[in-house]
Design a protein. Structure first.
Length: 255
């Protein structure tokens, strides 16, 4: 299935730059995804091709006008489209949301600027999405963030589709295990011996243990107590014992 992407924007060049390189570039040239920028200025009626205006009630900044967006949507929206509005007011983008979005064949992104888009735009949107609790200058960057997460799930985009399954957040809401590559020693820093052993079962077990350990240390809230298998419980005991040893040896220095 070819995933089609439309971007309603006043800065098409930002999207063109993204789709020129790396994974997205290859996906476009292989025909796995296709993208189209829709210049909102082409949907204006005035000589200056104005897409923004001052806010009613006064105040700083400009607000993006609704009409060019609604007209552009009328041209590109289809029954199977999902219309996404990147906005700090939207649902937070998570890997679960990415999965959901990647099931659509056609995504339309509305890229806001300045103070954002006239609020009545929400009437025309299927999914307002925030990429985090901070404010960017424009919706092209947030649309690219969403796109970059989504296209990894389009069949054929990644050389090895298995990579999406062992990624952080994919396996029972865990962070991924650490990864290393050559050289095995760098600035006197080595890597765990097991990774050089060639013993696939032991490597697999080490990865599961480290995935659990780093999730516990960095994002314990991801771990659902009822998702722990018998093997996970054993791994938790191993992690606890090793942490206890580290803590005991630190305390010994002071006691
Ligand atoms: N005045 C708006 C507010 O306070 O909610 C912020 C507008 S922001 C300067 C301009 C545009 O950047 C937005 O319309 C949106 O397209 C994009 N943007 C900024 N922060 C974002 C975020 N956290 N998630 C998604 N898009 C964002």
């Amino acid at each position: 299935m070819n995933t089609r992407l439309h971007y309603l924007t006043t800065f098409p060049g930002i999207l063109d730059a993204y789709f020129n390189y790396s994974l997205p570039g290859k996906a476009v040239s292989k025909g796995l995804i296709s993208y189209q920028t829709v210049n909102l200025r082409d949907y204006t009626q005035d000589a200056h091709r104005t897409t923004d205006d001052t806010p009613f009630g006064g105040g700083p900044g400009m607000v993006m006008k609704l009409d060019p967006i609604v007209q552009a949507l009328q041209d590109c929206r289809q029954p199977n489209s999902l219309v996404i509005l990147p906005t700090p007011k939207g649902t937070l983008l998570t890997q679960e949301v990415v999965h959901h979005i990647s099931s659509y064949e056609h995504l339309i992104f509305i890229c806001g600027h300045y103070e954002g888009v006239d609020d009545r735009v929400f009437q025309y949107v299927d999914m307002p999405l925030s990429i985090g609790d901070y404010v960017l200058g424009g919706g092209e960057i947030s649309s690219i963030v969403i796109t970059d997460a989504v296209i990894r799930f389009v069949k054929g985009v990644l050389g090895n589709q298995e990579s999406t399954q062992i990624e952080s957040f994919e396996d029972k809401q865990r962070l991924e295990h650490p990864n290393f590559t050559r050289p095995a020693t760098y600035n006197e820093m080595g890597i765990p011996d097991v990774l050089l052993s060639g013993h696939h079962q032991k490597i697999e077990e080490w990865r599961k243990l480290e995935s659990l350990r780093w999730t516990l240390l960095l994002k314990p809230e991801l771990i659902q107590p009822d998702s722990l298998s018998k093997n996970d419980l054993q791994r938790l005991r191993t992690i606890k014992a090793s942490l206890n040893r580290t803590i005991d040896s630190l305390l010994n220095n002071y006691e």
